[in-house]
Write a protein that binds this ligand. Structure first.
Ligand SMILES: [Zn+2]
Ligand SMILES: [Zn+2]
Ligand SMILES: [Zn+2]
Length: 157
């Protein structure tokens, strides 16, 4: 299998992350589609977003990708945001966290201690919302919703 570099992990025992060629192709295509040059740095950051499966802040990315400097990571996240590759996850007025914009509708659990956010992948609110819709005097339809849960993560407990 052909692989290309690489980001260092927080955990020193897992020092290298290999990106397989198929994934790399997919990322290149995505970057080209929005008119961005597919630089290695952008590919690594994209791969990180794809891998972590939870909203991350620039600090998280910086801590996990040692071969790219902090300023470059800021710029990459900013251009990804402008191009609609990632979206900001707004939690209680805090918009430091980002996730891939292509992710389907889902909700989050937020740690009250450290601010870590986890994705909740299935939304089971349809039935509840239908009932609220039926019971409403002023609305015919409910078109959108947000739902956030708060707790203490396992690391903080
Ligand atoms: Zn926590
Ligand atoms: Zn999410
Ligand atoms: Zn939902």
């Amino acid at each position: 299998m052909q692989v290309s570099c690489i980001y260092d992990s927080l955990d020193a025992s897992v020092s290298y992350k290999l990106i397989c060629m198929d994934k790399k192709k997919e990322y290149k295509q995505l970057l080209h589609d929005v008119g961005l040059k597919a630089t290695n740095s952008r590919i690594y950051v994209l791969n990180f977003f794809d891998d972590v499966k939870r909203p991350v802040c620039v600090k998280d990315i910086d801590e996990n990708i040692n071969c790219i400097d902090n300023v470059t990571i800021y710029r990459i996240v900013d251009i990804f945001l402008q191009k609609g590759i990632v979206r900001a996850v707004h939690v209680c007025g805090d918009s430091r966290f980002f996730e891939l914009a292509a992710l389907p509708h889902h909700h989050h659990i937020i740690c009250k201690e450290c601010g870590m956010i986890e994705d909740i992948n299935n939304c089971n609110l349809k039935k509840v919302i239908k009932e609220i819709e039926k019971g409403s005097c002023k609305f015919n339809s409910i078109t959108e919703h947000t739902f956030e849960l708060f707790g203490i993560c396992k690391e903080c407990k």
